[in-house]
Design a protein. Structure first.
Length: 70
């Protein structure tokens, strides 16, 4: 999942822009811009031919979203 690098939660992240490209009917690239409403940080997430990367104030984690955030 994608979390804010400063707040360490996805709770305040909002997608501000999303671009998807398809290649032969399959998703080849995905670009999503995120904005954190708590710390005012911005980051970008890319999915590019089965590889993922992030830039800016977002982090990629293997954790599943928790139902209860304390
Ligand atoms: Zn934040």
């Amino acid at each position: 999942m994608i979390i804010c690098a400063h707040c360490e939660t996805s709770q305040f992240l909002h997608i501000t822009e999303s671009t998807i490209e398809f290649d032969n009917g399959e998703m080849s690239t995905l670009e999503e811009s995120y904005h954190c409403t708590k710390c005012d940080g911005n980051g970008v997430y890319w999915y590019f031919f089965e590889k993922e990367c992030v830039s800016g104030s977002v982090e990629l984690t293997d954790e599943r979203p928790r139902m209860i955030e304390q």
